[in-house]
Design a protein around this ligand. Sequence first.
Ligand SMILES: Cc1ncc(COP(=O)(O)O)c(C=O)c1O
Length: 306
Amino acid sequence: MSAVRLARGYTGRDVIIKFDGCYHGHADTLLVAAGSGVATLGIPGSPGVPDSVISNTLSLKFNNSEEFTKVMKKIGDKVACVILEPVAGNMGFVPPVSGFLQTLREVSSRYGAILIFDEVMTGFRVSKGSAQELYGITPDLTCFGKVIGGGLPVGAYGGKKEIMDHIAPVGKVYQAGTLSGNPLAMAAGISTLTELQKKGVYETLDAKTEKLMTGFQSAADEAGISLKTGHAGSMAGFFFSGEKIHNFDDAKKCNLEQFAKFYRLMLAKGVYLAPSQFEACFVSLAHSDEDIDQTILAAKEAMAEL
Ligand SMILES: Cc1ncc(COP(=O)(O)O)c(C=O)c1O
């Protein structure tokens, strides 16, 4: 919400471009074709959000460089910002196809639109330097949350000095919050980030996640069930589908009933997965090798029962 306000204040433009299935929090202007809970409940947006508030929000297809370029050609000079989850996690786990992030970077710059990476989910998770390091793309602004709070409620955004200097009191774009910089949350965040600096942490997380997803894939293969798995660092996901998933439309075509059954079978075996096909999974350092083995074993049994 604040990053979008800053982008609008900095550019003096109103239009926001987001992507179907990406979720950026429950701020009014961003509740358009959002994934996560609204997708799980099959709600297109939300009552209480007036049309006038979202009239400047455009939602395009994730991973479709052509559509994005075409729209920017038409209205690029009115676009304040382009915001996305660089690896989507709120329509299930959907990584960017080759060239998509590069196109967003190039075309946004061409029209003077601010590129915002919402790394609330991917931050310090897909790699130590987040998705922007993993894919080698530098956005103008970045949003963080989740991992940087170490389990406590923290949100942060940052970016180029020239843009950030527009925030009050240096600049004119207003921002405030009673709990901003809350000492307890900051301490938890610093502790978490300190742990993540330790040698081998990301290699360990990557190996555990790879093992887990390979286990799920072979459990499905052995049972003759169509499943597509993937991961980036410790962020992972699986779709009950025979096709590769590149966007929200693809994700919605998955076998949601099969997911629901699998979810319940896993829960009965003591494994609590994210309760929607439109969510990603995260592996933590707290997951032991035994936890991973036990989860794979449960998946094998559950897939066989399915
Ligand atoms: C990518 C992304 N951005 C933003 C948010 C919003 O975070 P919060 O609910 O803490 O405002 C979420 C929450 O799930 C998220 O996944």
